[in-house]
Structures are given as C-alpha cells and as structure tokens.
Write a protein that binds this ligand. Structure first.
Ligand SMILES: Cc1cc2nc3c(=O)[nH]c(=O)nc-3n(C[C@H](O)[C@H](O)[C@H](O)COP(=O)(O)O)c2cc1C
Length: 192
C-alpha cells in the first residue's frame, strides 16, 4: 500500500559537493547537493542548481570558471559550514587549503579527495535558481582513492550523501552488483 505524498521531490540521497569560484578577487565556496550528470561523452558536462541570492554565482558568472570538489566524511563540519554562511558577509577563503589546476579562477580544495575544474558552458534561468552547466576541464584525484587502473574508487572517497527528508548527511553503503551485467540473467530468460 503506497501513500501519495503530493509533489515531493524524492530524488535523494544526492552527492554533496563543494562548489568554488573567485568572487571579488577571493575564493568562495558553498555546499551544493542539487547536482546532475549531463552526459557521458566528450566533453563531459555536469550541472547544479544555485539559488539566485547566493554569493558564489557572482564569481562563476564573472570568470566563467568554477570548481566542484567532493568532500569525504572527514570534512563534514567544513562542508556544512560553507553551506551555512554566505560569502556576502563572511570570508570563507581560509576554510580550506587550496591548490590551482589548469584554470585560474577554479579554486581547488586540497583536503577533498576528488576535485574538478570546470568552464561555464551554459546558465539556465529557472525560477528561484540558476542551473549552471559546466564543461569538466580536469579532474584531480588523490592517489590514495585510485584503483590500479586509475579509476576512482568511491569506497575510498567516502563521499557525503544528503537526504532532504531527514536533513542529515549519510554515508555510502556496500556495493550491490555489477552494472550492465547483473540484469543479463533476466535478459537470458526473456528472449523474444
Ligand atoms: C547540505 C547542504 C546542501 C546545499 N545544497 C544547495 C544547493 O544544491 N543549491 C543551493 O543553491 N544552495 C545549497 N545549499 C545552501 C548554500 O550552500 C548556502 O546557502 C551557502 O551559505 C551559500 O553561500 P554563498 O552565498 O557564499 O554562495 C546547501 C546547503 C547545505 C548545508
């Protein structure tokens, strides 16, 4: 028996990211949970929605560059902090140790196991939010979270997941089955 909850967006949990940009000459960061994967070709694009009142979009729009970093569970306090206070009245430039990649205006967080630098590709004006679509220029990952074949091991990243219903950060669980693979057993029984 299911209950109709009305128009509740139930696309949770979502990955918690920290988006960074240079605003008025200073790095600024905010927590962003409303992230999306736009494609899986080349170039690769990602998207996220940011409230128009936030401070960070000013820098994204000025330089058309930004960073998207994935914090591990050990950075939960700092992640929540940059999602609680605004750069409009609080200097968040010293919260993290930073490094620079290929882009001048995409501040990258040393303590995050995975960081992406992006060039702004498109902005979609959507009611209270702007949806930013970025082309991924480079992805930096700690050696310690990489498998031997150079791919990112999500279990070692220990990402934070956000749930709107409980308003809590959650951790990743165990793997369940291989993708594009486990369904083959059903496919085999359903020929024709
Ligand atoms: C867990 C969490 C997730 C958040 N996700 C988003 C989001 O997806 N989009 C958004 O606009 N704000 C989001 N926020 C709110 C911003 O991070 C927050 O308002 C921040 O202080 C804005 O900073 P700024 O004004 O310096 O840009 C989130 C906050 C938290 C704590």
């Amino acid at each position: 028996m299911k209950r109709n909850l009305g128009p509740v967006n139930a696309l949770y949990p979502s990955l918690i990211t920290i988006v960074g940009a240079v605003v008025d000459g200073k790095p600024n960061f905010l927590a962003v949970a409303h992230v999306g994967i736009m494609n899986h070709g080349q170039p690769q694009y990602l998207s996220f929605g940011i409230n128009k009142n936030h401070h960070t979009p000013k820098g994204i729009l000025e330089h058309r560059e930004f960073s998207v970093c994935i914090p591990g569970e050990n950075l939960v306090v700092e992640t929540d902090y940059v999602g609680l206070v605004t750069g409009r009245n609080t200097d968040k430039s010293q919260v993290f140790e930073l490094f620079q990649g290929e882009l001048e205006h995409a501040p990258l967080i040393q303590g995050c196991p995975v960081c992406m630098e992006c060039r702004l590709a498109r902005v979609v004006d959507f009611e209270t939010h702007d949806v930013f679509i970025g082309e991924i220029v480079a992805t930096h990952a700690e050696e310690s979270v990489l498998r031997e074949d150079g791919t990112i091991d999500i279990a070692r990243v220990r990402p934070l997941l956000f749930d709107m219903a409980s308003i809590k950060y959650w951790s990743l669980g165990a793997e369940v089955a291989p993708c594009w693979n486990v369904g083959k057993q059903l496919k085999a029984t359903r020929r024709g």
